[in-house]
Design a protein around this ligand. Structure first.
Ligand code: C2E
Ligand code: MG
Ligand code: MG
Ligand code: MG
Length: 281
């Protein structure tokens, strides 16, 4: 009995694996097509100044507008895009798109808006990465000082010296660098000191418990103070309640981002939100 049961299990397992493999192949195929056909859309989430609740800038967040499955969130395709290295053309498309959009907003009167774009470790590893950024800036007329690039800790852990040199080159161009999801990975405060970054984004996981947990509040406070002492700007991610906002304000956090103010929105909706505030655009 045990033997036949084992056999059945084995059979079940392989067909399940085949199915998974087929699914992945299908996904790879449609992702390749998606890059060729530019099936992506950029959504924008505002970054809010803590002192007066004004919009400081926006973060570009990509979505895959799949012809039959609808809008697919980035967590569902970025890992595969990285594995297939399709993140390189995709990332460039997002950057170009965001720069173009920022130029449109500028021409409408929003002169001090900044735009942040997420960058994958695979992109940074390309030997022509910095040049590709320069090319897009020239092509779109985007001011480097209005551009922020968001990187995560795993990029730095890969090859500290190499990455830091690239960050140095980007900063020399006038681009600002954000460290995204800070605290989520194996952050070492030691490397933070040597790192070429301008902005620290505190991960949502710290913000979630901020108003419930005294220890969490102490950690966030010391991260903010430490970042300020290193002349960095601090942004809190995933702010969902006024309680969190008030607490972050009292800790002198410079900016916040989160559903409390807005979800990531398509261009026309974010434009509406900016117009409401600025009245000049
Ligand atoms: P991220 O860069 O850390 O972006 C923040 C994510 O948190 C976004 O998810 C945003 O919608 C979500 N978020 C913002 N505020 C709140 C909140 O108050 N509550 C909750 N629950 N969530 C909030 P999204 O848009 O699904 O993006 C997920 C991740 O995908 C991003 O995390 C980023 O790592 C990656 N990603 C997005 N666009 C790109 C891109 O163009 N290139 C690369 N390489 N990665 C991207
Ligand atoms: Mg980000
Ligand atoms: Mg983040
Ligand atoms: Mg994230």
């Amino acid at each position: 009995v045990a033997k036949s049961c084992g056999k059945n299990m084995y059979h079940f397992y392989t067909s399940d694996m085949n199915e998974k493999l087929l699914e992945k192949l299908e996904m790879e195929n449609s992702l390749r097509h998606a890059v060729d056909r530019e099936e992506f859309v950029v959504y924008y989430q505002p970054k809010i100044n803590t002192n007066d609740k004004s919009i400081a800038g926006v973060e570009a967040l990509v979505r895959w507008n799949h012809p039959t499955n609808g809008m697919i969130p980035p967590n569902m395709f970025i890992p595969l895009a990285e594995e297939m290295r399709l993140i390189v053309p995709m990332g460039q498309w997002v950057l170009r798109n965001a720069c173009k959009q920022n130029q449109i907003w500028k021409s409408l009167g929003c002169t001090d808006m900044s735009v942040a774009v997420n960058i994958s470790v695979i992109q940074i590893q390309q030997s022509d990465f910095v040049q590709s950024i320069i090319d897009i800036l020239e092509e779109t007329g985007m001011q480097p000082s209005s551009l922020e690039l968001e990187i995560t800790e795993n990029i730095i852990m890969k090859d500290f010296e190499f990455t830091n040199k690239i960050l140095h080159d980007l900063r020399k161009l006038g681009i600002r660098i954000s460290l995204d999801d800070f605290g989520k990975g194996y952050s070492s405060l030691n490397y933070l000191r040597q790192l070429e970054i301008d902005i620290l984004k505190i991960d949502k996981s710290f913000i979630d418990d901020l108003t419930k947990d005294h220890n969490e509040q102490a950690i966030v406070k010391s991260v903010i103070d430490m970042a300020h002492s290193m002349k960095m700007t601090v942004i809190a991610e995933g702010v969902e309640t006024w309680e969190q906002f008030t607490s972050l304000k009292s800790l002198h956090c410079d900016k916040v981002q989160g559903y409390l103010f807005s979800r990531p929105l398509p261009v026309n909706e974010i434009e509406h939100m900016i117009e409401e505030q600025e009245k000049v655009c």
